[in-house]
Design a protein around this ligand. Structure first.
Ligand code: COA
Ligand code: UVW
Length: 330
């Protein structure tokens, strides 16, 4: 079977969604955008000036396969400033809005909010906070959702997993942890992974006692209440969640132990360290953080990303954009 990213391509190529890249100067972004536009997968919009870019990207722009936009040359900037003030409902005045929109990430996010582009990919040269804050402030959560979270798709050969939250919620309580689990299941389904969710801990089924474990078991109960049909269990250690022989010893009655493919970490320390170890020690491709629960697709990159990671996150963003009309609520 084609890998997850190849599977996405035919649908994306047909629709060619426009995706914003605010980091027009970054070499990895330029390389990925060149490939995406040349292959006719998406129409990249670089927040930058053509005269400051490369000859090959200017050529693609001349062929209408790519666009450049910049707040300094935007004739409708004042309209966007007014729309941002309205969106912020008294939390941001016109001076602040004008300052925000001079920043490529805020400007690009506003274009997505206004429907002038279908998604945004940033974070190769900016921290996660700098990348996601504009989306949290402007685009906000989907109706019915409270907390936006950040997952990674970890892939190698035919192995495909979702890890969360690796990027946004620092110390989630049980309610947030339950929301992260449900949003991660939606991400898995969107990308063709049948979710079996392990709520991870340093304990399996009562082998240790600590309030941090109670938080995880409480979250499992909440997921059962909110999304009855989801295959979820916890608290589970990673070996019990993933290795059938260990699951048989530690959690023999669990419906998902030994076969989990969605891993929900108890906090961001575990999630962020865990995904980077699998990526770097296990040679997995790690794509994300994919923002889950956001009303429109904006996704972050690690500053350690490669051009290939940017290319793949753009495909993920494009797929989210195409499915936006039909949210994958579980
Ligand atoms: C995401 C993060 C930047 C938000 O922090 P912040 O901007 O200081 O958050 P604030 O509490 O000031 O909230 C800013 C806005 O975002 C919203 N917000 C913050 N976190 C949110 C979440 N998880 N879901 C939905 N909305 C959220 C707030 O409601 C607020 O909206 P408002 O301005 O309309 O009132 C912060 O949680 C963070 O630093 N997370 C870790 C990022 C990181 O370093 N990850 C590791 C590398 S991937
Ligand atoms: C996702 C992540 O860890 O981002 P960065 O490496 O840029 O901090």
């Amino acid at each position: 079977m084609a890998d997850l990213f190849e599977r996405l391509k035919p649908e994306i190529k047909k629709a060619k969604p426009s995706i914003i890249f605010p980091e027009a100067d970054d070499e990895r972004i330029r390389e990925a955008v060149y490939a995406l536009a040349s292959e006719g997968l998406i129409v990249p919009i670089l927040i930058g000036k053509p005269e400051e870019s490369t000859e090959e990207l200017r050529t693609l722009a001349a062929e209408n396969k790519l666009r450049f936009l910049h707040p300094e040359t935007d004739k409708d900037l004042q309209t966007k400033i007014d729309a941002l003030v309205t969106r912020r409902k008294g939390k941001t005045d016109a001076a602040q809005a004008a300052q925000w929109l001079s920043d490529p990430c805020y400007y690009g996010t506003m274009l997505v909010y206004l429907g002038e582009a279908e998604g945004l990919v940033s974070g190769a040269a900016h921290s996660t906070a700098e990348t996601v804050r504009p989306a949290l402030q402007i685009i906000k959560a989907q109706p019915g959702k409270k907390r936006i979270s950040g997952s990674f798709i970890l892939a190698k050969g035919d192995k495909e997993f979702v890890f969360a939250d690796c990027g946004i919620n620092i110390s989630p309580d049980s309610e947030t942890l339950a929301e992260i689990a449900i949003e991660s299941a939606e991400t898995a389904i969107l990308f063709g992974i049948d979710p079996k969710i392990a709520m991870l801990s340093f304990s399996t089924k009562g082998s240790a006692k600590d309030p941090s474990i109670d938080k995880v078991t409480e979250a499992v109960k909440r997921v059962h209440e909110k999304a009855r049909d989801l295959a979820v269990d916890g608290e589970l250690q990673f070996d019990a969640a993933y290795v059938p022989e260990v699951a048989a010893k530690k959690a023999p009655d669990s419906p998902i132990a030994g076969k989990a493919n969605v891993f929900v970490f108890p906090n961001i320390d575990a999630g962020n360290i865990g995904y980077k170890m699998v990526q770097r020690l296990g040679s997995y491709t790690a794509v994300g953080p994919i923002l889950q629960g956001l009303a429109k697709p904006v996704n972050d990159l690690s500053r350690g990303c490669s051009a290939d990671d940017v290319y793949k996150l753009a495909l993920i963003t494009a797929k989210q954009a195409l499915s936006a009309a039909q949210p994958q609520n579980v």
